[in-house]
Ligand binder design. Structure first.
Ligand SMILES: Cc1ncc(COP(=O)(O)O)c(C=O)c1O
Length: 379
């Protein structure tokens, strides 16, 4: 482990109690959060309405730091409690009456196809690009599905099951050439795979802080490309989406920032908590985090290869996010048994092993030796 990452590791108390390779499910949370929670208690135990003025500034500072982390300008990110509600607002703001086709893939997190199918009641038709072996998407097939009928391409950057990455630059280019918009669910990549949304130039990117970003639950976010901001007026809205909510006057116009995708009273505590790790990730830098992640997932892959365990995740570094997925008979029971021994990962259609920058090679070795022993015993 190199210097900065080793000292960052000491900031995560969770790592003292188990081997934690579960950061694609819920990231470890840094110690600095304890002070944020103590301050929050001081605030609410002496409640005064005036605190909203400070929180308003802090909320926007968090959203703007998130924007900078994504390579985007201030004012282009809004936060809310979950990705589903933000995606629902994005989809509701898109007109499917002239062009109806939505292109998506078979590897989406369940909330995405559920929301997309719901758009069929609004005139959309959903085209699903199948997954190769339930593991990854064929890039050519995906690009071929995007055509002049396509209004929207909505897909995840990294699969929540296998971590397989989609080539977003190729998708964005093809969509632009066809006059379609792109919505990216980056929940499983942001914080572990570098993402530069300005270079990508897609219309919307969604994510959340409680996985690879080591933040709080209830801290999803939406980036809106300033190029399309004025074209979208979400009908599912609320007073916080208006130009000047704190005037308490009639809400008539939408804000001219991504806040036009807000709804009602914002979730403050998740943003304050999540800001702690965001600052740390910014200091460490995504290149160092990605390098550490690839080193650790390569180690997982080499153990799996030596033990002949079937790998669902692409082996190529460039095609892989932060997780390695193994699929074998009895894999769900193996995950439960490992957890009972303090070796923590998750099971979604296979064993998902998700080390992060704060894990060590020794932890991966310990984990994989135990997993292989359990897998052999269960076969
Ligand atoms: C790819 C992906 N999208 C979305 C979500 C969660 O969405 P929401 O914030 O609406 O619960 C997850 C959570 O596991 C996910 O992995």
């Amino acid at each position: 482990m190199i210097g900065d990452l080793a000292s960052a590791r000491a900031e995560f108390p969770l790592l003292e109690s188990c081997v934690y390779l579960n950061s694609n499910s819920t990231g470890a949370v840094p110690r600095g959060v304890e002070q944020v929670l103590a301050d929050y208690w001081q605030t609410i135990s002496r409640w005064r309405d005036e605190v909203w003025e400070r929180w308003w500034v802090e909320l926007h500072a968090y959203a703007d730091d998130l924007a900078a982390f994504l390579g985007a300008p201030a004012g282009s990110v809004v936060t809310d409690v979950n990705l589903s509600s933000l995606l629902g607002r994005v989809l509701g703001a898109i007109d499917f009456s002239k062009r109806s086709k939505i292109v998506t893939t078979a590897l989406e997190f369940p909330t995405v196809p559920f929301l997309l199918r719901a758009q069929e009641r609004r005139g959309a038709s959903v085209h699903v690009v199948p997954a190769r072996g339930g593991a990854s998407i064929d890039g050519e097939a995906l690009l071929a599905a995007i055509d002049d009928e396509t209004r929207l391409v909505c897909l995840s950057h990294a699969s929540y099951e296998t971590g397989a990455l989609v080539d977003l630059h190729a998708v964005a280019r093809r969509a632009r050439a066809c006059g379609a918009w792109v919505v990216v669910d980056a929940y499983q990549s942001v914080g572990v795979v570098p993402l530069d949304v300005e270079a990508l130039d897609v219309e919307f990117v969604l994510g959340g802080a409680h996985k690879w970003m080591c933040g709080s639950i209830e801290s999803a976010f939406l980036y809106v490309n300033p190029r399309v901001l004025c074209e979208v007026e979400p009908p599912a809205t609320g007073w916080m989406a208006a130009r000047d909510p704190l005037s308490f006057g009639p809400a008539t116009d939408y804000a001219d920032t991504a806040r036009r995708f807000a709804s009602g009273t914002p979730a403050v505590l998740p943003a304050l908590v999540s800001h702690v790790a965001l600052r740390m990730l910014g200091r460490l830098g995504m290149p160092a985090i990605r390098e550490a992640s690839l080193r650790l997932t390569s180690r997982v892959l080499s153990h799996a290869h030596d033990a002949d365990l079937p790998v669902a995740t692409p082996l190529d570094d460039a095609a892989r996010g932060g997780v390695v997925c193994l699929r074998f008979a009895g894999d769900d029971r193996v995950v439960a048994a490992l957890k009972a021994d303090g070796l923590v990962c998750s099971h979604r259609g296979g064993v998902r092993i998700a080390p992060h920058f704060y894990n060590t090679v020794d932890e991966v070795d310990t984990f994989m030796r135990a997993l292989i022993a359990r897998a052999r015993a269960s076969s």
